[in-house]
Design a protein around this ligand. Structure first.
Ligand code: ADP
Ligand code: ADP
Length: 226
């Protein structure tokens, strides 16, 4: 099964800047996939298009076979996204944030409460469940975004630079958590500009630079080349 299919994807911003120049790649179900590239390469633009925050200029995106244009509700259901920037209501509390998010997906209240408790405990945030989100540390906010992205148990989890600004200890525990959910069957794609992060986690990789895919191969093959 193909979890994500990207064909001839292009994006020209309104100022005329061509951020994606017709990229292709595919991610198989169960993969742990890295989209690696320097700042400005087009990683966030790609993620933005997949989760329908950015309008593409051309090309096609399918999530588990569902086209993000013609099958938007089904595509969205398969997908959990952890954006780079925190976008919580500052005053809302972690438990409420998760229960509201579950509501958007039509998850019944009781199940929403159970899952919220599960993910808050899993990510070490249960003690902070009633703390306004603005009072959480950067690492806690990041983990809360992961919990929020998982609340509807998506088959594909996409994280945009998940460990940017996170200290090494927290990074290791986030890596372990992601490996655990990948082992349980969730397909994961992360963007990063650290080869080291991609290397320690990912099975397959695409390298993007100036809006073009420069390399798309297994991590093992890439490391043999370097
Ligand atoms: P779209 O083509 O998807 O409609 P726009 O070109 O209208 O997107 O830009 C969306 C927003 O991003 C605007 O508010 C714009 O100010 C902002 N923006 C412009 N240039 C950049 C940049 N280089 N990096 C990030 N955001 C930018
Ligand atoms: P990455 O995530 O790899 O750092 P981005 O996808 O954020 O790269 O950006 C790719 C390129 O597109 C950059 O040169 C960036 O400045 C530009 N860009 C991003 N958003 C906009 C926008 N809204 N308007 C114009 N240019 C943008």
């Amino acid at each position: 099964t193909v979890a994500l299919s990207i064909k001839q994807l292009s994006k020209t911003y309104n100022n005329g800047f061509q951020a994606l120049k017709g990229i292709d790649f595919e991610v198989k179900e169960g993969d742990f996939f890295a989209l690696l590239g320097p700042n400005g390469a087009g990683k966030s633009t790609t993620i933005g298009i997949i989760c329908s925050l950015v309008n593409k200029t051309g090309g096609q995106v399918e999530v588990f076979g569902y086209d993000i244009d013609s099958d938007f509700p089904m595509a969205k259901k398969q997908l959990g996204v952890v954006p780079q920037e925190f976008n919580f209501n500052n005053f809302e509390k972690p438990l409420d944030i998760l229960i509201h998010q579950a509501g958007y997906y039509g998850i019944p209240r009781k199940l929403a409460e159970e899952r919220s408790e599960f993910y808050l405990k899993k990510l070490g945030l249960w003690d902070k469940r009633d703390t306004p989100s603005r009072n959480l540390s950067g690492g806690m906010k990041r983990r809360l975004m992961i919990a929020r992205a998982l609340i509807h148990e998506p088959k594909l989890l996409i994280l945009d630079e998940p460990t940017a600004g996170v200290d090494i200890e927290m990074r290791r525990s986030m890596w372990a958590f992601l490996q655990e959910i990948n082992a349980q069957g969730t397909t994961i794609i992360l963007t990063t500009h650290y080869l080291e992060e991609a290397e320690s986690l990912c099975k397959n990789i695409a390298i993007i630079n100036h809006g073009v895919i420069a390399e798309n191969t297994s991590m093992r093959t890439l490391l043999q080349k370097l």
